[in-house]
Design a protein around this ligand. Structure first.
Ligand SMILES: Nc1nc2c(ncn2[C@@H]2O[C@H](COP(=O)(O)OP(=O)(O)OP(=O)(O)O)[C@@H](O)[C@H]2O)c(=O)[nH]1
Length: 203
């Protein structure tokens, strides 16, 4: 069985919880509690490969709380960085997150050849009449940063959300095997214990 761990980051209100819940349940629920960290766990199959997926949705109100970005970089196999296409500030925040994750990853693995597995997601595509971030600008940024990219709407697009997660998980699965080979099991165990202190959710 493969273990894959994904962290979902982005500004407040961009739809991080909506994307996770849409992926895991195929449903869109208008409002989500946002006052605690959540760890979702699910056993699933991607391309016939069984995996234990864990998705960590840190509470943005506890920013840089018990687990900082460095801890998350060490724990995660992949990152989903979310912004809202109708909110330029959320895109600028997503860019800053991408840079910080890359820096932290380089410090941790002491190599400029190792890249974190990143997917940049422009959510709320259904609000394109109020668009503040051009798709092309975001796509080019993702390309420069070696990140996957897509625009979608958690509110309206179940298939697209599933396809985006499947693409990230496929790439992350390969990456996580290499990463585990090179990382100390002791430090991973410590981090996993930290995260097990969080609220856990099974969907
Ligand atoms: N129009 C539209 N609204 C969305 C979409 N996805 C989420 N929302 C709405 O955006 C708001 C924030 O969604 P959340 O999923 O709670 O966002 P979050 O990023 O987890 O927010 P925090 O927990 O505050 O960090 C809610 O009112 C959702 O209903 C979308 O694709 N389109």
């Amino acid at each position: 069985m493969n273990d894959v761990k994904v962290v979902v980051l982005g500004s407040d209100n961009v739809g991080k919880s909506a994307l996770i819940v849409r992926y895991l349940t195929k449903r869109f629920i208008g409002e989500y509690a946002s006052n605690s960290d959540s760890l979702y766990r699910k056993r699933l199959s991607v391309d016939g490969r069984q995996m234990n997926l864990e998705i960590f949705d840190p509470c943005s109100q506890l920013r840089e709380g018990r687990t900082g970005l460095g801890d998350q970089v060490q724990w995660a196999d992949g990152f989903l960085i979310v912004y809202d296409i109708s909110d330029k500030a959320s895109f600028l925040a997503a860019q800053s997150l991408v840079y910080r994750i890359k820096e932290s990853h380089q410090e941790l693995y002491k190599s400029s050849d190792a890249h974190p597995m990143l997917c940049l997601v422009g959510n709320k595509q259904d609000l394109c009449h109020a668009r503040e971030v051009e798709e092309e600008e975001a796509r080019l940024f993702a390309l420069e940063c070696r990140a996957q990219f897509c625009e979608l709407s958690a509110a309206e697009q179940s298939t697209e959300v599933s396809a985006m997660f499947a693409r990230l998980l496929r790439a992350t699965l390969e990456y996580s095997r290499d990463r585990r080979r090179h990382s100390g099991s002791k430090s991973m165990a410590k981090l996993i214990n930290n995260v097990f202190g969080k609220r856990r959710q099974s969907v």
